[in-house]
Design a protein around this ligand. Structure first.
Ligand SMILES: CC(C)(COP(=O)(O)OP(=O)(O)OC[C@H]1O[C@@H](n2cnc3c(N)ncnc32)[C@H](O)[C@@H]1OP(=O)(O)O)[C@@H](O)C(=O)NCCC(=O)NCCS
Length: 181
């Protein structure tokens, strides 16, 4: 699925939203490690990430050519500052209508409208790909993310009180959300 749009941020500056490509491996990994170290609300700790640039490049290339998955990066001043993606949950007939949505943005760029633009882009791509439902889990305390999803029409359908357990032993309740497309 192809996506390429220049958006205007709340501060008036421009930001490019486009597919991640194999050549982005280094920039993508840099952004990914930083973003995952800046918040306790994501699933992966930075030291659990796949850091092999060859494997990252291959994964991004395959996704760029995929009909069912997409990874869109937000590029500001030539640098990847955020990304969002959708992935088919399972290709079997009974589940192939469902995709999972994920998003993260570097802390310095929060509040500028990038999260909204990436979410809208992924919803558009999910519809174009023929999905009928987009799903996600968010840490219940993550008010920015929960508000963002509510703004785009996601609805809560349940909670998992022991969804995450942090390395310090703290439980993080997950809100399960879905959007009918
Ligand atoms: C959640 C996240 C993606 C939001 O991205 P963002 O670019 O800051 O969001 P935007 O500026 O586009 O704001 C979009 C909406 O999010 C909500 N939001 C954003 N910041 C908020 C804040 N500080 N408090 C409450 N709601 C907030 C609002 O509903 C906002 O809509 P509005 O601008 O019409 O008020 C970003 O904070 C992030 O990457 N956080 C760390 C990673 C993460 O938590 N990912 C989600 C995991 S489930």
């Amino acid at each position: 699925m192809l996506y390429n749009q220049t958006i205007h941020l709340k501060n008036g500056q421009e930001c490019l939203l486009r597919n991640a490509e194999g050549a982005d491996a280094e920039g993508f990994l840099g952004y990914f490690l930083k973003a995952h170290g800046e918040t306790d609300y994501l699933t992966t700790y930075p030291d659990e990430a796949e850091c092999d640039l060859g494997k990252m490049s291959e994964r991004l290339s395959l996704t760029a050519e995929s009909d069912c998955d997409i990874e869109i990066v937000a590029v500001f001043d030539g640098r990847i500052v955020g990304s969002a993606g959708i992935n088919r949950i399972n290709p079997r007939d009974k589940t192939k209508h469902r995709a999972e949505f994920g998003i993260s943005i570097l802390r310095d760029y929060w509040g500028l409208g990038i999260g909204s633009a990436l979410t809208a882009a992924c919803i558009e791509c999910a519809r174009a790909a023929g999905y009928l439902q987009l799903e996600l889990d968010a840490v219940a305390d993550n008010q920015s993310a929960v508000n963002l999803y509510l703004k785009y029409g996601f609805k809560e359908y349940g909670r998992n009180p022991r969804g995450f357990r942090t390395r310090s032993g703290k439980w993080q309740e997950l809100v399960l959300m879905r959007l009918e497309l």
